[in-house]
Design a protein around this ligand. Structure first.
Ligand SMILES: NC(=O)C1=CN([C@@H]2O[C@H](COP(=O)(O)OP(=O)(O)OC[C@H]3O[C@@H](n4cnc5c(N)ncnc54)[C@H](OP(=O)(O)O)[C@@H]3O)[C@@H](O)[C@H]2O)C=CC1
Ligand SMILES: CC(C)(CO)C(=O)C(=O)O
Length: 351
């Protein structure tokens, strides 16, 4: 056996003792990677210079809605903008936005060991497939992150909603290997259903980004919830037309979500408040993209719905309108356009 490559047997698989490398450390990567480091795992961050400077200067101060906190000193993680940091990875956690998946896959192909296990912690339903296409012969696991992370600056990352990560089950049990205090990874035999269920929830990312409101305020208003419900109804119609059975990331089944969202405020609070704990500051990752003048993931969320609809001859006017509004906001580069429900619905036949 080679020095430094102590192999741990688990089931039929072996795992090298190399670090976990977070590929594209931003909100999710710093939070998940930080929790792993705080539990004593060796963690490396492939990150942009601004993130490296922030972590070098402040370390990581991780907090959660439930009141837990963790501090990770900068010396507890290795940081680099050079993909060569992937060279000794045993696990690579992919946490870039969907448009960057192909590029990060190419970096993994060039630099990471062939037996490093690649885990996608991204939203959308196509990232694991992109990684598999570009990383032939490598083990790629899809996972779904249900919680929101706020990047508050100066190394502070706050988990602003709750939930466990769900990860594709594998014989080497990466769900257990990557679970540490504060971070539970639950294995599933149907990650595809889980990802499509999350996609339906993520259709609110664009609505939230267009509104400019915190998620809690937005979801506290029936008009906004009705808009989200109409968006889910379109998404569900498209997804079902493609023969997909989504699994909800919340305790509410996908078929019921739209009905519950349409309830009057008082009833909605009673029905969903226990399941929906949201920090008053939480906003969707797409809102953050608009604010930071970055490309959004709209093509991988509403864009998937409109693509299925086009193929199946279905009408999804609200999804099309929202794609157009997000594209316009990206092009303008002025952050959230802070639209009203009526402005978003303008020109879209009401259900
Ligand atoms: N934020 C959230 O609350 C949640 C996010 N998600 C999903 O998780 C995924 C990650 O989201 P999030 O953490 O918000 O994204 P972020 O944009 O915060 O983080 C991704 C980071 O990766 C960097 N990056 C991209 N390419 C490279 C590269 N080649 N080398 C080094 N760094 C790179 C980006 O830099 P740059 O911006 O300069 O390109 C950015 O800093 C997305 O799919 C998102 O939808 C899921 C649940 C919740
Ligand atoms: C807010 C949350 C957790 C669900 O929409 C999310 O996935 C995101 O912001 O991308």
């Amino acid at each position: 056996m080679q020095r430094g490559f102590a192999e741990i047997f688990s089931g039929q698989h072996m795992m090298r003792d190399g670090p976990i490398v977070v590929a594209g450390a931003g909100s999710i990567g710093c939070f998940v990677g930080g929790l792993l480091a705080s539990a004593g795992r060796r963690v490396s961050f492939l990150a942009r210079p601004r993130v490296i400077e922030e972590v070098e200067r402040f370390g990581l101060a991780l907090t959660s809605l439930e009141g837990s906190s963790w501090h990770v000193a900068s010396r507890q993680v290795r940081l680099s903008e050079d993909p060569k940091i992937l060279t000794d990875a045993s696990v690579v956690l992919v946490t870039v936005k969907s448009a960057d998946t192909a590029d990060i896959a190419d970096a993994i192909a060039r630099c990471a060991p062939q037996d490093a296990v690649v885990v996608s912690l991204q939203n959308g339903v196509a990232n694991a497939a992109t990684l598999r296409d570009r990383l032939p012969g490598r083990k790629v696991l899809a996972a779904m992150v249900p919680f929101n992370v706020i990047a508050a600056g100066e190394g502070r990352f706050h988990r602003a909603t709750s939930g466990d990560v769900v990860i594709e089950r594998d014989a080497a049990n990466h769900a257990a290997r990557l679970s540490v205090p504060g971070l539970v990874m639950r294995p599933t035999d149907n990650i595809v259903g889980v990802q499509w269920g999350k996609l339906l929830v993520n259709l609110n990312n664009a609505i939230n980004a267009l509104s400019g409101l915190p998620l809690r305020e937005q979801l506290g208003s029936r008009d906004w919830r009705r808009l989200f419900a109409d968006q889910i109804a379109e998404g569900l119609m498209a997804v079902r037309a493609d023969g997909i059975k989504p699994i909800s990331p919340t305790p509410v089944p996908p078929g019921w979500t739209a009905h519950l969202l349409r309830l009057p405020d008082a009833l909605f609070k009673i029905a969903l408040a226990p399941a929906m704990k949201i920090d008053p500051q939480a906003r969707s990752s797409m809102w953050e993209d608009l604010e930071r003048r970055r490309r959004t993931e709209i093509d991988y969320l509403q864009g998937v719905v409109t693509e299925i609809a086009a193929r199946r001859g279905l009408k999804t006017p609200l999804s099309r309108r929202i794609v157009a509004l997000i594209r316009a906001a990206e092009a303008k580069g002025e952050g959230s356009p802070r639209l009203s429900v009526a402005q978003i619905r303008s020109g879209v036949a009401k259900r």
